[in-house]
Design a protein around this ligand. Structure first.
Ligand SMILES: [Fe+2]
Length: 241
């Protein structure tokens, strides 16, 4: 099972891996030169040094998650993050994945995770698929091994979630009430690790969960969530996350 691509691979090849496995890792997507300013800006965002349009999203004492819309990010002073989020490659990946033009960025998250308490049975620390389908781009700003809280996944199992979600929708079920618990696949999950600068592309129909961060370790990631209502086959007005 090889879902690691090269940065020089074509959009077609990278998205072929995403379609096959539900996930793809592109090491060195961000150059070492660009990592430094990105980390500097990230630290300012996490330290709440700039507030306009940035807001806390599900922050806990072991996780700072600062969200921003793409419009607010574009008006912010964070030029390195703007350049990263607006890189044409991201839109090319999304366009190839959805085979449509009607996708958009729903959220941009800056997330710093530190030592996680032992509450691993709760979402997002339990295997699930997202109720509203997303194509998520994780830009790793720090080296992420198994002890740094990587995302865990069951590669290749995303089609089952898609069918389940679609059936639920077709039968008129509200997205809030869908059972997205996949914890019974726990033994098959593997961590998606990577060095700083890696890009991880994730189809959220893949069974996935957040990883536990060990003592004295941390993970810094910028996450861009794309959605395409036509692909998700849902009425977004009826839903919450
Ligand atoms: Fe999720």
């Amino acid at each position: 099972m090889n879902f690691v691509a090269n940065k020089s691979d074509s959009t077609f090849n990278i998205i072929t891996l995403v379609k096959k496995y539900g996930v793809c890792v592109v090491p060195d997507f961000i150059s070492a030169q660009n990592l430094l300013p990105l980390n500097n800006e990230f630290d300012q965002i996490i330290d709440r040094e700039y507030g306009e349009g940035f807001y806390e999203h599900g922050c806990r004492d072991y996780m700072d998650a600062i969200a921003v819309s793409d419009n607010h990010l574009l008006r912010s002073p964070f030029s390195a993050e703007i350049e990263l989020v607006t890189t044409p490659a991201i839109r090319k990946f999304a366009k190839k994945f959805y085979n449509k033009d009607t996708f958009y960025i729903q959220h941009i998250f800056n997330v710093k995770s530190t030592e996680t308490p032992k509450k691993s049975s709760e979402l997002p620390y339990s295997l699930h698929f997202d109720k509203i389908h997303m194509l998520k781009f994780f830009f790793l700003l720090s080296d992420t091994d198994e002890d740094c809280g990587p995302t865990w996944v069951v590669p290749g199992q995303q089609k089952k979630s898609f069918q389940l979600r679609k059936k639920w929708h077709n039968e008129g079920g509200s997205v809030q009430s869908i059972n997205n618990d996949l914890h019974y696949l726990d033994n098959e999950a593997i961590p998606i690790i990577g060095t700083a600068g890696s890009l991880i592309i994730l189809d959220t129909d893949i069974p996935h969960k957040a990883g536990i961060v060990a003592k004295h370790r941390y993970r810094k990631v910028i996450r861009v969530s794309m959605t395409c209502p036509a692909y998700a086959s849902i009425d977004l007005r009826r839903n919450s996350e």
